[in-house]
Ligand binder design. Structure first.
Ligand code: SAM
Length: 274
């Protein structure tokens, strides 16, 4: 059997008696035009290795396989095993792993080759997974990820914009981040309550060290924990005015207007003064 001769996604779901489970954050993309567009935005093809989290019925998986890429798909809901096995039988480039992606060892999955991450992420674990991929020991070559629109804004917006905060600082300190596609709620089955967007992230060559990232997490937690307060007050316990002066920032500034470079300077100042 080839990918072309697989049943439609709706037929496959029906044949296996499967439906979306809320507890697994399941909202499926059953329109292959949309999943093919995501695969194009991921810029993967022949010879690439893609790790996909949460294949569910396999719409995005099929589109990724059509590019010629090799795919390792990690799915928590084992009900999908027989359906996904049919896709694996149709393509010798698909490997299935059943388990929780939060606990997955991507370095072991990727081996010593680079791998790209592509996923229509489950809403309930999207942010912790992103933090794991950006701050953990293994770094993907690129990440093309569907998030709730509000989370996509938090990832991509900069200082002075409404959604700028901790997540944006951590992401933008480690990656080039771009919102590359919007997806209305009606694109999903069943439709979620909110719209979504695809974000493309390219990890920077000069990413901060784990120690600097850890310091950045501490600084941003304190600064954005009280985002309307001036830095001199929100950062009091971490060094207050002296720390802020060492970083060359205005102690009266609020976290929401401080650029990513400012937070990195604060992290560096905190590390040298510890
Ligand atoms: N990729 C499919 C699509 O686009 O139609 C399904 C996307 S659905 C939003 C999220 C998928 O992630 C579901 O299949 C769900 O079972 C799976 N999932 C949820 N939590 C997971 C976890 N911790 N690890 C791996 N997969 C998970």
């Amino acid at each position: 059997m080839s990918l072309d001769s697989l049943p439609t996604l709706r037929e496959a779901l029906e044949a296996h008696g499967l439906w979306a489970r809320k507890s697994f954050g399941q909202h499926f993309l059953l329109d292959l035009n949309i999943t093919r567009k995501i695969a194009r935005l991921a810029q993967v093809g022949d010879g690439d290795h893609v790790i996909e989290v949460g294949p569910g019925p396999g719409g995005l998986t099929r589109a990724l396989l059509e590019t010629g890429a090799r795919v390792t798909a990690i799915e928590k809901d084992e009900r999908f095993a027989p359906l996904l096995q049919e896709v694996a039988d149709a393509s010798d480039r698909l490997t299935l792993v059943f388990g929780d992606a939060l606990k997955a060892d991507e370095a072991a999955i990727a081996g010593d080759q680079p791998a790209h991450l592509v996923s229509n992420l489950p809403y309930n674990v999207g942010t912790p997974l992103l933090i794991k991929w950006l701050t953990g020991p293994w770094t993907p070559r690129s990440l093309t990820l569907m998030f709730q629109r509000e989370v996509a804004d938090r990832i991509t917006e900069g200082p002075g914009e409404d959604a700028y905060g901790r997540l944006g600082v951590i992401v933008q300190a480690t990656c080039r981040a771009q919102r590359v596609m919007d997806a209305p709620a009606r694109a999903f089955t069943p439709p979620p309550k909110v719209d979504s967007a695809v974000v493309r992230l390219e990890p920077l060559a000069n990413r901060p060290s784990p120690e600097r990232l850890d310091a950045l997490q501490r600084i941003t937690a304190a600064a954005f924990g009280q985002r309307r307060k001036m830095l001199r007050s929100s950062l009091k316990v971490l060094g207050g005015e002296d720390l802020i002066a060492a970083a060359g920032l205005d102690p009266q500034a609020r976290a929401e207007v401080v650029p990513v470079a400012g937070f990195l300077a604060l992290a560096d100042a905190w590390l040298t003064r510890r």
